[in-house]
Design a protein around this ligand. Structure first.
Ligand SMILES: *Cc1c(COP(=O)(O)O)cnc(C)c1O
Length: 406
């Protein structure tokens, strides 16, 4: 039997790749899914075998079995699939999305360096920059996520890294990644991007100048709210530097979680289509409501960075924010959140289910005010799941009655 690759006249479409390109069934006696290898110790046939594998590990080019922490066939199957999907050179798995963000920074900085970080970066990434990096004498300047090529004026002689996240957490500004990458590369700085929202299916970081892409696989890749994992994908130039740090720091992802991520990945394209359709439908519905001042969804024409989203992205996932019109009491807002039934209150997102999380940006941003109304409070983020959208709209409509009653 020929493999799907042998008779295709062009590279497999992503939808097909997710089903046929991951793992190699022939390697596992025909078993469709890469098996779960539980391993710390890997034994060698003899000293010569150990030395040969040691040289291969040092060359950093192949999937070599050496010690469980450095990967098994389960790990390699997921890493190779993600590198392919992101359009990067190679990927490494780490323990969480946050660990992917912090490792991608740590790989490139030393005491005395300066980095540039988007003002709309994921909160815990910002916390790491403000605490651990500050303690190591690595300084940071937060920049307006909509700065584009204007970022050039913020570089200092010791600026080594630009951290981007597009769209931004909570406020969903789309960044002009190609313009930022051009400015950074002209000054010898590395560009890291948190690409969790779009996933590698809806944004191709390496085609837009990114050097290192990170994913919280916890979100859409795992997709079922039952495992934490991070992915770091590099281009060829940054591979050794990132790998050196990740191995030196002892980062690792457990085999059962890797399996859950491999399983989630199979259906990610289908799930994302529904997240996108439901998300846009709800965003449009919410934008018409008198209770709502602003919907922050990159797919809506008046959202910050909508034109860039259309230029650079091929889709939208199911996460966006809503800012209420002014004038509702705190009591009414709390009642609204508590009356939601299908949108459950919880951190994280990217699973099959809908979630809500209120947020308050007052005092959180330091470089630029958040988009219009998001500066005034009473805002919430929605993750729109795979439910029937009519049920989700009913849920929102019923809870919004609490806003009338005050
Ligand atoms: C959730 C999230 C992370 C962190 O992922 P964890 O697996 O929860 O550590 C990082 N970046 C973004 C944009 C996220 O939404």
């Amino acid at each position: 039997m020929t493999t799907p690759f042998e008779h295709a006249s062009r590279p497999l479409a992503t939808d097909t790749y997710l089903l046929h390109g991951i793992g190699d069934a022939a390697e596992f006696g025909g078993i469709v899914n890469p098996p779960v290898y539980h391993a710390s110790t890997v034994t060698f046939r003899n000293l010569a075998d150990m030395e040969a594998r040691g040289r291969a590990i040092d060359a950093a080019d192949t999937d070599v079995m050496w010690y469980g922490r450095k990967g098994t066939p389960t790990t390699f199957a997921l890493q190779n699939a993600l590198a392919h999907l992101e359009g990067g050179y190679r990927s490494l798995l780490v323990s969480s999305g946050l660990a992917a963000c912090t490792s991608a920074i740590m790989a490139f900085v030393k005491a005395g360096d300066h980095i540039l970080v988007s003002d709309s970066v994921y909160g815990p990434t910002r916390h790491f920059v403000d605490t651990v990096l500050a303690r190591c004498n690595i300084s940071a300047t937060y920049y307006d996520p909509c700065i584009g090529a204007g970022i050039g004026s913020l570089f200092r002689p010791n600026t080594t890294l630009v951290f981007t996240e597009s769209p931004g957490s909570q406020t969903f500004e789309i960044q002009d990644i190609p313009a930022i990458a051009q400015a950074a590369h002209a000054r010898g700085a590395v560009v890291v991007m948190d690409n969790t929202w779009a996933t590698p299916l809806y944004f191709k970081p390496f085609e837009h100048g990114v050097d290192v892409s990170v994913q919280a696989a916890t979100k859409y890749i795992v997709g079922h709210s039952d495992a934490l994992m991070g992915v770091i994908t590099t281009n060829q130039a940054t591979w050794r530097t990132v790998r050196e740090y990740v191995f030196a720091a002892g980062q690792h992802a457990g085999p059962d979680d890797v399996y859950l991520a491999l399983r989630g990945l199979r259906t990610m394209a289908v799930r994302l289509e529904r997240h996108q359709r439901n998300g846009l439908a709800l965003a449009q519905w919410l934008a018409q409501r008198p209770e709502v001042a602003q919907v922050l969804h990159p797919g809506l024409p008046d959202a910050p960075g909508h034109a860039l989203w259309k230029r650079d992205f091929t889709g939208a996932s199911g996460l966006f924010s809503v800012v209420l019109a002014p004038g509702f009491s705190d009591h009414a807002f709390r009642a609204f959140i508590d009356h939601l039934a299908l949108f459950r209150l919880g951190f994280s997102w990217g699973g099959f289910e809908s979630l809500v999380m209120p947020f308050d940006l007052r005092g959180e941003r330091t470089a630029a005010p958040p988009p219009a109304a998001a500066a005034v409070g009473q805002a919430f983020r929605l993750h729109v799941g795979l439910e029937a959208k009519e049920d989700l709209i009913d849920d929102l409509a019923m809870a919004m009655r609490q806003l009338a009653r005050q």
